[in-house]
Ligand binder design. Structure first.
Ligand SMILES: Cc1cc2nc3c(=O)[nH]c(=O)nc-3n(C[C@H](O)[C@H](O)[C@H](O)COP(=O)(O)OP(=O)(O)OC[C@H]3O[C@@H](n4cnc5c(N)ncnc54)[C@H](O)[C@@H]3O)c2cc1C
Length: 308
């Protein structure tokens, strides 16, 4: 494809492919680069996605890719971008040792989850080790649920699960401070609180058996937890873009129309919000795609966001 591309999109998942769709419909030359690891890849199904509720994540992405095949100016390459340099109208990306040029860039390369080191936990991620009740709570509702407490957000999760998902909720104070009134709040909610770290999880088709350091064993249908997060593409942290501190890790600061703190670089999806739900990523992609397009026509109308 002729270079420079009008827009290079780094990350071809929910946000990136949606951005590409808008740009393809404007017949703009778009290059999408993707390494094929969407954040929810470990989940057998994705929920809460209108029209696609309960489909496999890969099935949803394949459907979006099939839609994009209609647009001859959209070029998708299953490769990693390893560096990004340059300025608006002259960005340079390194892709498998080759330089690719683009006038605008959309960062849609997501975030990576880092699970606490607990035997058996990684094997259950996305099946019984769950990050979000909206995404996966309905499938385990009414059954014994537990929370891996790693900080004050655990009580937030406890209130949600106990109120609307299950009468049988156990909070494991694994690490970090739950808050000064944790005992009182758990008692008021009717949530069982265990103050001992989780040392082992043995999953089966119905959930998992959780073993605490004090010997207590808990049978659970779903263990909810917040993983630590970092940028999905390592080069993003070195770009010097403004970031914000989220509850689990940093994310990119953006202003109106999803512009980052650098002119010509837009961002979309989990990389810009600590949501962990894919419908905002779709919306972000549409915003970034249309804004990147219009910034080619009216560059001055899309200034970078404030650094602070
Ligand atoms: C276990 C789990 C289950 C989930 N289930 C649901 C659910 O049921 N419903 C729901 O609404 N949400 C769910 N989510 C949240 C959902 O996965 C995210 O909100 C969504 O994936 C964000 O989309 P995105 O396009 O921003 O990023 P991602 O989907 O994470 O995509 C980022 C893409 O960028 C690529 N990439 C990374 N680095 C590079 C690079 N250097 N070069 C090129 N490409 C790169 C990756 O391979 C990936 O394809 C779940 C999350 C988790 C952790």
């Amino acid at each position: 494809m002729t270079e420079p591309h009008d827009v290079a999109i780094i990350g071809g998942s929910f946000a990136g492919l949606t951005a590409a769709l808008q740009l393809g419909r404007a017949s703009r030359r778009v290059a999408v680069f993707d390494t094929g690891h969407p954040r929810n890849a470990a989940s057998p199904t994705a929920h809460g996605v209108p029209g696609w509720d309960g489909r496999k994540p890969a099935q949803i992405l394949a459907a979006i890719r099939a839609d994009l095949a209609t647009y001859p100016t959209v070029w998708i390459r299953d490769s990693a971008v390893t560096t990004l340099a340059g300025v608006a109208d002259a960005f340079r990306l390194t892709v498998e040792g080759t330089e690719v040029t683009a006038r605008r860039v959309i960062l849609a390369c997501g975030i990576a989850d880092r699970l606490p080191a607990i035997q058996g936990l990684a094997e259950g991620w996305g099946t019984w080790a769950l990050h979000c009740p909206y995404c996966h709570g309905y499938e385990v509702k009414g059954r014994p649920l537990s929370i891996l407490g790693r900080g004050p957000m655990a009580l937030h999760m406890a209130r949600m699960l106990r109120t609307d998902w299950s009468h049988d909720v156990t909070l494991i104070a694994h690490e970090g401070e739950l808050g000064p009134d944790a005992e009182t709040e758990a008692a008021e909610l009717g949530v069982t609180l265990h103050r001992a770290p989780l040392i082992r999880a043995d999953g089966d088709g119905e959930g998992a058996r959780l073993t605490l350091a004090n010997g207590i064993v808990i049978e659970t249908a779903g263990l909810f937890l917040h993983a630590d997060t970092s940028f999905g593409a390592p080069f993003v942290a070195g770009l010097g873009l403004a970031t914000l501190d989220g509850p689990t890790g940093p994310y990119l600061k953006t202003g109106a129309f999803n512009v980052t703190s650098r002119a010509g670089i837009f961002a979309a999806g989990d990389i810009i919000r600590p949501a962990g739900i894919l419908t905002p990523a779709l919306a972000d992609g549409a915003i970034a795609g249309t804004a990147a397009h219009q910034s080619l026509l009216w560059p001055d109308r899309f200034p970078p966001c404030q650094e602070t």
